[in-house]
Design a protein around this ligand. Structure first.
Ligand code: 6PG
Length: 244
């Protein structure tokens, strides 16, 4: 099931997504005793992460029962300015009381292959008592070329398994990556795409209107999928201000 929700702008989109994440966290903890949340990289989720760290959510999210993971990571040190972990550390982790053992960073600094293998081991261990690696919620962004996580056009055809080593993706930063595979993402109960900006409108239109297409974001088909998009990404131009 896929649903598209259009918001006026990125702040409104981020506030709405934060509320839905809060709701899903309460439901997951009530029914399964924990909430597994896969974070996205890039710039779009920054406002959302700050929402989750700010009050009232900062102290009412069930952080002690929440496990944070990542959909992908660049092969950079975790304190590097372009590390997806570092983005989350600056905007979310540093502001909330989450146990360190609940933070499952992708060790991409080991290199793409070693990092992918280590992360897959961590995922299997985290879900060992569930019989399968089912994330409660995966957050995803959309690149202007239709990529998501580090699944890029032409490289997204990954083998099975949970994680993939992505060599020379041809995207900035031009470093190798570690990514969840489409199969791992599609095991999720729910996935949220957060898409903002006119530069994403063409890719969004292609993914929504050509779901069988080759774009990696079109390979995301979990049990429940919600697109949080702003008007610019939806191709809705601002109405001209009324004339004098
Ligand atoms: C990454 C992200 C990537 C991102 C998109 C959108 O590591 O870069 O995981 O998939 O979500 O490229 O990025 P923006 O939000 O910066 O537009």
């Amino acid at each position: 099931m896929s649903e598209v929700r259009v918001y006026a702008d990125l702040p409104a989109l981020s506030a709405a997504a934060a509320q839905d994440i809060w709701d899903l966290a309460q439901e997951a903890v009530a029914h399964r005793g924990r909430f597994s949340l896969v974070l996205s990289g890039g710039a779009t989720p920054e406002a959302l992460y700050r929402e989750l760290a700010a009050e009232p959510m900062g102290s009412s999210m069930p952080w002690s029962r929440t496990h944070l993971l990542w959909g992908d990571e660049r092969c950079l040190p975790p304190d590097h300015g372009q590390s997806n972990f570092n983005l989350a550390r600056r905007t979310l982790l540093s502001g909330v009381r989450i146990p360190s053992q609940n933070i499952h960073r992708i060790p991409a600094e080991l290199g793409a292959e070693a990092g992918a293998e280590a992360y897959a081991r961590e995922l299997r261990y985290l879900f060992r008592d569930q019989g399968e690696e089912r994330f409660d919620l995966v957050l995803l962004g959309l690149g202007a070329d239709g990529h998501t996580a580090s699944l890029f056009p032409g490289t997204a055809k990954t083998s099975g398994g949970l994680t993939a080593a992505v060599r020379g993706p041809g995207a900035e930063p031009a470093v190798d990556r570690v990514s969840l595979t489409p199969a791992a993402i599609n095991l999720a109960r729910t996935a949220f795409f957060l898409v903002s900006g006119a530069n994403k409108a063409r890719a969004l239109d292609r993914v929504l209107n050509d779901p069988q297409g080759s774009l990696p974001a079109a390979m995301v088909r979990p049990e429940r999928l919600v697109w949080f998009v702003d008007r610019a990404a939806a191709g809705i131009r601002p109405r001209a201000a009324p004339g004098p």
